[in-house]
Design a protein around this ligand. Structure first.
Ligand code: 26V
Length: 821
């Protein structure tokens, strides 16, 4: 066993020797020939040694203690970099820094060389990564299962303000954190036919796929805080069963000889960018089934090596991250019934008791469904199983005397209206004992909208688990200056029990000396961001200005447009009266648009057009600056979030399922301007509404207005001079003199069909922004609120979220040390 958790497990000298050893024997270099990347690799491998010891301990302990295991199935894991995460959870961060310093290597330089593992699109994928870290910290015996995409989320390049997508190549220089497990591989079938064998009373179905690929396991250890536990993230890579068809090759068909291999390899080639136009494509369904089948085969094998199948729900909990792995319902049934001879009713009982499902969006266009014809062609046995589940489900309702045709249609697994399609949401719902939303409002809306009828039939299934974020990454690593202040004032123990101990900061909010220290901490973080902006964009920022930040995927419902209208209105106000003592502001934007989401790409272009115009207007005397930082990713978030004064969480109420950056900002003591949407609602309860700037229509009000069809804003615009002038400037080409009509249709849309309530909420937003300025002019008030935001953010730890999943859904008890329980 290793050393006590709070002691570094290795001294500087020993760690230095270990790095040198890795440099020599793993990278084949010495001090004189090593390039910075070699140093990165040697350091990562040295850290990895420490993880491996704990990894073995953890695995043995789980086997011995017969703990129930949790499997988190997710098509996305948005991990980011791992060097600092791992070193800091190992307690070796300072050791590594010192060891490298002795060797004449700058730790800050080499940490930047690690590429982000961007195997996810946004919130859903990042949540999966935070959960993996929290599960390891709490000692939940968990495995993550997903796909080892060769190319993660595209790299965003801005050319003349327009987004271009470049292929991302995170594996180019290898990946020191993963272990290829060639011996752990499974066959996954596609297509073919289903044969009935046996006599009538005892018939069984045999699926004969005509296409098979192999899934090869790649394991990444996930280490918890203070080395408590090490779990595994197992990602599957697809490979052809036969790499080369030698007969075809010998016959001269050199391309044909590898065609099968290319097709098989393509399954794990690239992450799908969140995009409705990309949904419904065959390759995506192949990806979903591929990783689900490999994962279920793997976990069933592990289970069966210890226990009989009937104990599956006692020993295994499988969480489906959105509907992307929902085919697991049919695949688990197939494995149990066809491969393990379990009787249908018993198989269904085991399936429902083992699976649970998290919903992450109510947007109708993001709800997955697959054409029946495609399912029949690709997964014929699964389609049969889905029909059977559906028939039994509808029969059971009729037996309960439910005959309402509308209701039966709504709860069916098959959508009959737009060509026949399988509804993956309904499949996940029926096949799970728990269906959860990710914030209180979102869960309520789930009950009222997408799952209204199913909820009526199974009222105990839907429950809420408000999202959280891991404080290790989003506070300790991202904001060492704030963490230092916390440790200085509250003691080292705040790091082990932040959920309770952060509260102790409340008293410090009243002390003016501390508020000044707090301000200085922020000032340092802002200076670091300003240096990056200068380096990347050549723009000078005044760090005394409010850093007003909106960073997230670009989507109309997130309303970057509302923020841009505020930029324009502010610009016009300052120009009209440049001598007034304006509160200086820096508006910071970052985020990617889905490749084929034209409107989102136009919003990026508009942000860049507005930025160029405003930043080059000398009459403003630097009182307003606008920047759009390219290629937003986890690493950039770690720099931007700790430098924010104001966090923009301004989605149309009812549309953001939870949001998680909102929590990261509050934890880092930014004040939030936001709507009562997603987890902003819980934030206002925990933090206190008076320490946030809440504005705009509520979800109910939005709903009423939509139903009344009141989406033409012409009247409202006529009555709001500020809004009218901002819209006119954009429409008239003030920001696009090279193409004056570039935004005419966009503005026309806002005026006559304001689906996202941008105009409808503008005046309220403007008023809330005025309140922001009023607060900012009173530093004592601002910084008191900022400190209270941090002090009261403890509830938003993903440790809290995971404890709730563990207790209510998975029925496992985390085995962490008492002070964190
Ligand atoms: C949809 C699609 C459609 C097909 C192509 C690929 C793809 C990928 C992802 C999605 C759905 C994304 C859903 C999502 O990310 N939801 C976000 O989940 C966060 C974590 O719960 C939550 O904080 C955000 O509010 C929610 O938007």
């Amino acid at each position: 066993m290793s050393q006590p958790a709070d002691q570094p497990s290795e001294g500087v000298e020993a760690f230095r020797a270990r790095i040198l050893d890795k440099l020599k024997y793993a990278t084949g270099k010495d001090i004189t020939s090593a390039c910075p990347h070699d140093w990165f690799e040697a350091t990562a491998l040295a850290a990895r040694d420490h993880i491996i010891d704990r990894w073995e301990d953890a695995a043995l302990q789980i086997d011995r203690s017969e703990e129930k295991r949790v499997y988190y199935l997710s098509l996305e894991f948005l991990i980011g970099r791992l060097l600092v995460d791992n070193l800091s959870n190992l307690g070796l961060l300072d050791t590594a820094r010192a060891a490298l310093h002795d060797l004449g290597v700058d730790f800050e330089e080499i940490r930047e060389l690690e590429p982000d593992a961007a195997l996810g699109n946004g919130g859903l994928g990042r949540l999966a990564a935070c959960f993996m870290e929290s599960m390891a910290t709490l000692g939940v015996a968990a495995h993550g299962y997903g796909i080892r995409y060769e190319h993660g989320l595209f790299r965003q390049v801005l050319i003349d303000g327009w987004q271009h997508e470049h292929t991302e190549t995170w594996l180019e220089f290898g990946n020191p954190w993963e272990f290829e497990r060639s011996e752990v591989s499974y066959t996954v079938g596609f297509g073919g036919s289903v044969m009935s064998t046996g006599d009538n009373g005892n018939s069984r179905q045999v699926w004969l796929p005509n296409d098979t690929v192999r899934a090869i396991a790649y394991d990444t250890p996930i280490i918890g805080w203070r080395r408590h536990s090490v779990n595994t993230l197992r990602l599957w890579r697809s490979r052809a069963e036969r790499y080369l068809q030698l007969e075809r090759f010998n016959a001269g068909d050199h391309l044909g000889a590898v065609a099968e291999a290319v097709k098989a390899d393509s399954i794990s080639r690239v992450l799908y960018p969140a995009d409705v136009t990309e949904a419904g494509q065959e390759l995506r369904l192949r990806q979903e089934y591929f990783f689900v089948s490999a994962s279920l085969q793997d976990l069933l094998g592990r289970h069966l090596s210890h226990y009989p199948l009937e104990r599956l729900p006692d020993m295994v909990a499988i969480q489906l991250n959105d509907t992307h792995p929902a085919i697991a319902v049919a695949e688990l049934m197939r494995l149990l019934v066809d491969e393990h001879d379990v009787e249908w009713a018993e198989a269904w009982r085991l399936t429902v008791a083992t699976l649970s499902y998290t919903n992450h969006t109510l947007l109708p266009e993001a709800l997955e469904s697959w054409p029946v014809s495609l399912m029949e062609r690709l997964l014929p046995r699964h389609m049969q199983i889905i029909y059977l589940i559906n028939a039994e489900h509808i029969d059971a309702l009729r037996a309960r005397d439910i005959h309402d045709f509308g209701l039966l249609r709504a709860v069916s697994l098959i959508e009959e209206d737009q060509g026949r399609r399988v509804r993956m949401g309904n499949l996940a719902f029926l096949g799970s004992h728990s269906i959860n939303g990710v914030s209180a409002l979102h869960t309520d809306l789930m009950r009222q909208t997408v799952f209204r009828e199913l909820h009526g039939l199974y009222p105990e299934r839907i429950n809420n688990k408000t999202n959280g974020v891991t404080f290790r990454r989003w506070l300790y690593q991202a904001n060492p200056a704030l963490t230092g202040l916390l440790v200085e004032r509250l003691g080292e123990s705040v790091l082990d029990a932040p959920e309770q101990r952060l509260r102790d900061l409340e008293a410090w909010a009243e002390k003016s000396g501390f508020r000044k220290q707090f301000m200085a901490m922020r000032q340092g973080n802002k200076a670091a961001l300003a240096r990056l902006v200068k380096e990347w964009l050549g723009i000078n920022l005044d760090t005394r200005a409010i850093f007003d930040v909106q960073v997230k995927r670009i989507h109309e419902y997130k309303r970057q447009l509302l923020n841009l209208l505020h930029c324009v209105a502010l610009y016009q106000a300052i120009r009209n009266d440049p001598t007034v003592d304006w509160v200086p502001r820096v508006k910071i934007f970052a985020g990617k648009a889905a490749a084929s989401y034209y409107q989102a790409k136009l919003i990026i272009k508009l942000a860049n057009d507005i930025a160029r115009t405003i930043n080059n207007d000398p009459t403003l005397r630097g009182q307003l600056k606008v920047v759009f930082l390219p290629n937003y990713n986890v690493s950039l978030a770690e720099i931007i979030i700790p430098a924010a004064d104001l966090s923009e969480q301004i989605s149309t109420a009812g549309m953001e399922a939870s949001g998680t950056s909102n929590m990261k900002f509050a934890l880092n003591a930014a004040l939030t301007i936001g709507t009562l949407d997603g987890a902003n609602v819980e934030m206002s309860e925990q933090i206190g509404r008076e320490h946030m700037f809440i504005f705009g229509m509520t979800a109910d009000e939005v709903n009423l207005r939509r139903h009344a069809g009141e989406l033409d804003m012409s009247g409202l615009i006529a009555g709001s001079e500020r809004l009218r002038e901002a819209l006119e400037a954009i429409r008239g080409g003030v920001f696009s003199p090279d193409e004056p009509h570039r935004y005419a249709a966009l503005i026309q849309g806002l005026q006559h069909q304001d689906t996202f309530m941008v105009c409808a909420d503008f005046d309220a937003y403007w008023a809330a922004q005025l309140q922001v300025e009023e607060y900012w002019r009173q530093p004592d008030r601002w910084w008191r609120s900022a400190i209270l935001n941090c002090a009261r953010a403890g509830w938003f730890s993903s440790d809290r979220t995971i404890r709730e999943y563990a207790a209510d859904i998975w029925k496992v008890s985390p085995s962490l040390p008492p002070e964190q329980g």
